[in-house]
Design a protein around this ligand. Structure first.
Ligand code: HEC
Length: 193
């Protein structure tokens, strides 16, 4: 009898650990799948925005491109959000648009991405996690040459004027190449039960 009990216990433990392994494997698969979706959406977002920005800069200069950025970027994010069911934003610790100020979770990501940049750790420039609000994904957006026209230390007067008109509380100037300008921040909200 004691033997049987032991066997049962072993069996129970084995079944239990298989089940929990299975559950965590399923969770991992789901998270990998969501991370892939998020990456793809970021690629789509950047893939639509950058050419429009470049084109606007070439055809009308920075002052005109500010317009494009102010209207096109949020519109692209909005369209992709509607299509995908994800909440898609760009945020920053020093935002230009006051609505793009990072929340607590995003701020933690930005701090970690800044540390990763300093450590030359390119793997550390994205992050995903299941939270109580939903599955969240963040990817660093670094400052490139193109960005300095509107986010750098020296801006043309016409650019400054255009920025002032749209963004009187602009904090997104003075960046240098390679710095973390902000993040793509995506959330797949938990479905209401
Ligand atoms: C033509 C000027 C211009 C250029 C060039 C430009 N931006 Fe911006 N950027 C803006 C404007 C205007 C906004 C505010 C958009 C809005 O209202 O949502 C903005 C907003 C952002 C935001 C959202 C957070 C915030 O500060 O409001 C990020 C992140 C960002 N830019 C990154 C970049 C990066 C990275 C580049 C280079 C690849 C770049 N920008 C190039 C004008 C520009």
């Amino acid at each position: 009898m004691p033997r049987l009990t032991l066997a049962n216990t072993v069996l129970a433990i084995t079944v239990f650990s298989f089940t929990s392994l299975q559950v965590s494997a399923d969770q991992n698969n789901a998270q990998t799948e969501l991370t892939q979706q998020a990456k793809q959406l970021v690629a789509q977002f950047a893939g639509q925005l950058k050419p429009q920005l470049k084109q606007a800069l070439q055809s009308g200069g920075a002052a005109h491109a500010v317009d494009v950025c102010a209207e096109t970027a949020p519109a692209i994010a909005q369209n992709l959000s509607v299509e995908s069911g994800w909440i898609i934003r760009r945020t920053s610790d020093k935002s230009r648009n006051p609505e793009a100020q990072a929340d607590t979770w995003e701020q933690a990501r930005i701090d970690a991405f800044k540390a990763a940049v300093l450590a030359d750790d390119t793997q550390g420039l994205e992050y995903s996690e299941q939270t109580t609000e939903g599955f969240r994904y963040a990817k660093a957006q670094l400052t490139e040459g193109l960005c300095l026209t509107c986010h750098g230390k020296q801006l043309a007067d016409s650019t400054k004027t255009a920025l002032k008109t749209f963004y009187p509380e602009d904090r997104a100037k003075g960046y240098e190449l390679g710095e973390v300008r902000g993040i793509f921040s995506l959330t797949k909200p938990v479905k209401p039960k």
